[in-house]
Each structure stands twice: as C-alpha cells, then as structure tokens.
Design a protein around this ligand. Structure first.
Ligand code: AMP
Ligand code: MG
Length: 424
C-alpha cells in the first residue's frame, strides 16, 4: 500500500521518553556472567564479581597514632618522672609494659600489653637521666587506634557488583587481596559511519578535500569505552553503503557482546544502519525524546548460525553529531555497559543548582544543556548548544537536565549532572 509521505509521518510513533528507553535498554543488559581473576593493581574501574570478606582485623592490633610514649594512664603523675622501660618502633612488637613506666613508641607501633594511652612527644619532657615527665594527665585511650576500627574480621569489605575505585584497591589490599575476581570486560566492536570522515593524521588540515571532516567521535568513544573496562575492537570507518554496513555488522557480531556505531542512524537516504540491522536481526527502539540525541537505536544482530531466536549480539547506534553521540553515550550506553558487568547502583548523583542563565524558549524534548558551575555557585550555559559543537562538551563540566516544555529564568533551580559522575 502506498501511504502519502505526510500521512506516513503523522503515523510515526511518538518519540520515546529517555527514562523508558533506559529502562528497556537495562532490561536487555543481562550481566555477562563470566568473571576473570586479575591483579589488584589492574582492577581500577572494573566491577567486583565476588564479595570480599576480611580474614583479619584492620588494624590487626591496637597501635599508636602518634610518636610519643605509651603509658597506663592511671600510672601517670603530672610533673613526676617515669622510667622509659622500652622502645617500640612500627613493625616491632614490644614487651608487656612494666608497671609505673613508659614505653617510647612511634606511629603505627603496637601498644604494649598493660598500656592504654599514648602521650604525644610534643607534650612530654625527655629528661637527661633517661626518664620522661608529662605535664598533663592523659585520658585512657588517647592516641590509640583500636584493632578492627577500620575493618573487622568476617566483615564484607567490598560487595559483589562494586565498581572498583583507587580507594577500593587500597582497601582490598589492606585485607590481603593481591588478586581480585572481576566481571569480564564487555567486548565491544566499534565503527564510525560516514563517507565524509577522515582520520586525523591521514590528511593534514590544509589538504582536507571539500566536504571532509575529521572523525572525532571515534576518539571520545574509544576513550569512554576504555574507562568502562571494555575490550574494544575498532573496525574503523565504514562507508555509507548498504553492502559495507551489512558486512561490518556481520563481522562485528562475531566474538563481541556489543556493536557500537556512530552516525547513519537517522532517516536520510545515506543512513544505512537502521535497514541493515533490521536485515540481520532486530531493531528494538528508535528515536528518543531528548535533545541532543534523538536518533538513537538499540537492537540485536544475529551471529553466524544464530537462528531467529538464536545467539545475538547487542547493537547500539549512536547519532553522528558529536555532542549527540557523546551525551547519549553518557546517559544510555554507560549504564548499559555497567549493567553488563554486574548488578550495582547506576544512579548518577544530580545536584539542584541555580541557573545563572535564561532559557526563554521551551523545547518539546527533554534537553541536556552543556553547562558549568561558576564561582558564585550557579550554572552558566555554553552559548552554542548545537549538537555539532563539541567545544560545548569540553567547556562544560556537566549537563543541565531540563524537562520537556520548561523554560528557565535566572535563579530557577535546575537539575545538574556533573560530567565527573558521568565519566567515571
Ligand atoms: P549522521 O548521523 O550520519 O547523519 O551524521 C550527523 C552529523 O554528524 C553529520 O554532520 C556528520 O558529518 C557528523 N558526524 C558523523 N559521524 C561523525 C564522526 N565520527 N565524527 C565527527 N562528526 C561526525
Ligand atoms: Mg552519516
């Protein structure tokens, strides 16, 4: 049946709200399951595949948090000299403290049995005859770090699903883990589409042919994928043709968990991604009510031998415009890739901050505006919010999440998502 273009357009399904798209995407992101054992040194950014239970107390014993003298507080008489009966440095165990004496002690050294307080050396007078006097009465427990005050034996120190940070690595090491079981890296095949794309380095700026632009998406997408612990196969630039797109998708589906593309995903004649994915699998969502980033696609591409219900590879098609590609990666692909690596909190901590800008025209779509915090505690907006202007993503330190149909007046509180949260 022939449907006139105008009627066809009016029958186009409404744009999908971002939250619905994210929920659908996450529902498809079943954790990959496989885990690998890696050196703790290499585990920053990876997702822990098992609970880490401590087999010891941290600190293992009560120890001094100061350089000074370990005493039994009740034995001290202010102004009266006490014999110094021993010297205990970090890494050495002392003898039980002889009653009525003090032990010279250093930071991190175990408190000897019988002592219950440390007097810092700045508050002690070392006498020439080897004794020590204290000006004030110490309180029992002062400057003593208690055994287990950091970690107790049997405690779960890091839970399965935790995204490991530098602090996590230190904490895991503090309970003796030299290796960690982490979720396998998602295997991602990446390609850019567009006949206009040229790789930097291949052609110098002064020799760029008419209509050519440098491929910028490929650079930030690879960097973003690496931060999320992915193993990336970069398939380069795929020409704008049905055959080339089909061939690239077929190849990419083998041995990967996700195919990630940029460009070619809108409805132009040169946009080959959508029909190619439909030919090789299914395309499940399409066109999101957000700005930038409307043309976003999720689907699955069958692997060789995978029948209708068989083995398939996730597919995500990002828009070609650099800012659209960047923002949709942060808001949709990032949580998807984290979920593939295990169950853990995906929420991004947003702030309510005052707008130091005006947005007098409401948009039909939910907008993500590149903004940055100013010294007055408010938000400034980059002056060009075009989805092609990548400078806005560099200038900004986050996104203002402005609901559909809303204007903003200076002083209004807006929802702000820092890039520091979205890039981690
Ligand atoms: P498309 O989604 O393919 O229609 O592309 C939309 C816009 O983004 C066009 O202006 C493209 O030239 C541009 N574009 C597409 N891919 C890239 C890329 N990898 N790097 C920079 N710009 C791109
Ligand atoms: Mg294109």
């Amino acid at each position: 049946m022939n449907i006139p273009a105008a009627a066809a357009a009016s029958r186009r399904p409404p744009l999908m709200p971002l939250d619905d798209a994210l929920a659908r995407l996450l529902a498809r992101a079943a954790p990959l399951g496989a885990a690998e054992d890696i050196d703790t040194f290499d585990a920053d950014g990876r997702v822990l595949a098992e609970d880490l239970v401590s087999a010891l107390q941290v600190p293992p014993r009560d120890n001094s948090s100061m350089d000074g003298y370990a005493v039994r507080a009740a034995d001290v008489r202010p102004g009266q000299a006490m014999p110094v009966s021993q010297r205990i440095a970090a890494g050495h165990a002392g003898e039980p403290l002889a009653p009525g004496t003090a032990a010279r002690i250093f930071t991190g050294a175990p408190i000897p049995a019988g002592a219950d307080a440390v007097v810092m050396q700045e508050e002690a007078v070392a006498n020439e005859n080897g004794t020590v006097s204290f000006a004030a009465q110490p309180a029992a427990g002062q400057w003593v770090r208690a055994s287990g005050e950091d970690v107790r034996r049997g405690q779960i120190v890091l839970e399965r699903g935790t995204r490991l940070s530098p602090a996590s690595l230190g904490l895991a090491a503090s309970i003796g883990f030299a290796r960690l079981s982490v979720a396998a890296r998602p295997r991602v095949a990446l390609f850019s589409t567009g006949d206009e794309l040229v790789m930097p380095g291949a052609v110098p700026p002064e020799a760029m042919p008419p209509g050519a632009i440098y491929n910028s998406n490929r650079f930030f997408l690879r960097a973003l994928l690496a931060r999320l612990g992915c193993a990336v196969t970069d398939l380069g630039i795929v020409p704008d043709s049905r055959e080339a797109t089909l061939a690239a998708l077929r190849q990419a589906a083998q041995g990967h968990d996700l195919i990630l593309t940029s460009g070619g995903v809108s409805v132009g004649e040169e946009d080959h991604i959508k029909p190619a994915v439909e030919a090789l699998g299914t395309l499940d969502l399409w066109q999101i009510a957000m700005k930038p980033g409307k043309p976003f696609a999720y689907g699955q591409v069958r692997r060789d031998g995978g029948g209708e219900s068989g083995d398939a590879c996730h597919f995500i098609g990002l828009p070609g415009n650099p800012v659209s590609s960047y923002v949709t990666f942060l808001l949709l692909v990032r949580p998807f890739l984290l979920k593939l690596q295990g169950p853990h909190a995906l929420d991004v901590a947003a702030h309510g901050l005052p707008a130091h800008f005006a947005l007098p025209r409401a948009d039909k779509r939910r907008e993500f505006l590149r903004a940055r915090r100013n010294a007055a505690g408010g938000l400034d907006l980059f002056d060009n919010q075009s989805s092609g202007v990548l400078t806005s993503a560099q200038w900004g330190d986050g996104l203002v999440d402005n609901p559909a149909g809303c204007t903003v007046a200076p002083g209004d509180r807006v929802r702000y998502l820092p890039f520091s949260e979205l890039l981690g």
